[in-house]
Design a protein around this ligand. Structure first.
Ligand SMILES: Nc1ncnc2c1ncn2[C@@H]1O[C@H](COP(=O)(O)OP(=O)(O)O)[C@@H](O)[C@H]1O
Ligand SMILES: [Mg+2]
Length: 224
């Protein structure tokens, strides 16, 4: 379970302190999925990074399955992120020199919860599920935008994270590919029982979620 309590985030700039998040709280259980909307610059990515143990809040706490993310030292935080948090960004960020299968396996290189053979099996199964089981040896440059994003989703899930965070995952895709990526995210989220948080500009994508939230003036409000 993910619990964010009273998060604030302020950046110090030459012009003074800039408050981006103002007392944001959020609580999601295993199997829950939430979409976060809000105008550009409203702090959506900032919030997602805080939830994913990538950037500490100015105040407030985040716990995932009772672990306070910002009480971990740097080494444990990095291992925790690797094992418990999957990220999908707007830009797929695949390694161009690696094959599709190798890209999906990258997070497992520092994992030790499974044997290399078990991770291989898991990666292949996920690539089957995202309909790329026949493209294992291809390089990212041989794939379309939607296909690359499907590889990024398989990579995000390979270590069986508790939490899946997606920042504008369909932002660079045409409507047809955006729909298929959205469909995959939601169906894999259900079968893997992750907590899913997706930041999006797309009302089509947000409308697929039971929980819709919006960041307005630093506060997180429920959208009905
Ligand atoms: N490191 C930083 N220093 C100063 N301001 C920042 C920094 N990171 C983000 N911001 C500011 O915080 C605001 C929110 O950014 P961001 O979370 O990326 O918004 P969104 O993802 O909703 O577009 C923006 O005004 C941005 O300029
Ligand atoms: Mg952003």
């Amino acid at each position: 379970m993910l619990i964010a309590s009273n998060l604030t985030k302020a950046f110090q700039t030459p012009q003074g302190s800039l408050t981006i998040l103002n007392n944001v709280s959020l609580s999601l259980s295993r199997g829950d999925a939430a979409a976060i909307m809000g105008p550009s610059g409203s702090g959506k990515s900032t919030l997602l990074y805080i939830l994913g143990a990538l950037d500490p809040p100015s105040s407030g706490t985040v716990t995932l399955d009772n672990q306070n993310l910002y009480e971990l030292n740097e080494k444990d935080a990095s291992a925790f992120r690797n094992q418990q948090v999957g990220f999908v960004f707007q830009d797929h960020s695949l390694l161009p020199q690696c094959s599709v299968l190798e890209n999906v396996l990258t997070p497992t290189l520092i994992g030790n919860e499974k044997s290399p053979v078990e991770y291989q099996t898991r990666a292949r199964e996920l690539l089957d599920k995202v309909d790329l089981g026949h493209r294992l040896d291809h390089r990212p440059s041989q794939l379309s935008g939607g296909e690359k994003q499907r590889v990024a989703i398989a990579r995000a899930l390979v270590c069986q994270p508790t939490l899946l965070l997606c920042d504008e995952p369909t932002g660079n895709l045409d409507q047809r590919n955006a729909e298929s990526v959205a469909e995959l995210l939601l169906s894999l989220h259900r079968s893997e029982r992750t907590v899913l948080v997706v930041v999006t500009h797309s009302t089509d994508l947000a409308n697929r979620f039971s929980q819709r939230l919006s960041l307005v003036d630093g506060r997180l409000i429920t959208v009905s």
